[in-house]
Design a protein. Structure first.
Ligand SMILES: [Mg+2]
Length: 104
């Protein structure tokens, strides 16, 4: 994962694109790419997995850029959130349920 993140950073740095990577711009980019991902499931469920993975990768790449623009460690923030999720959704209450934590 570290090598992949470095590759993403190198791509940005070689093109001098950090100047465009404000948190606001990146939040918009994540949302736009999420829309492109969602578009593959519009009207039916006959999606092309390769095309879906391309859009998923776009979302993930922008997430890496967003973490960089906020100067936070992506693994650290994911793990902090997972700590919260594990408390909100304890296995004994949440297993097999799609209910929101407030309804468990
Ligand atoms: Mg895209």
């Amino acid at each position: 994962m570290k090598e992949t993140i470095e590759r993403i950073r190198k791509f940005k740095d070689e093109r001098d694109w950090a100047q465009f990577h404000t948190p606001e711009n990146l939040a918009k980019a994540i949302n736009i790419e999420s829309g492109e991902l969602l578009e593959h499931f519009l009207w039916d469920n006959n999606y092309n997995k390769k095309e879906v993975c391309d859009e998923l990768a776009d979302v993930l790449v922008y997430c890496v850029h967003m973490a960089d623009s906020l100067n936070v460690d992506i693994e650290e923030i994911i793990n902090k959130k997972m700590d919260k999720n594990e408390k909100k959704y304890p296995v004994e209450k949440a297993r097999g349920s799609s209910k929101k934590y407030t309804e468990l």
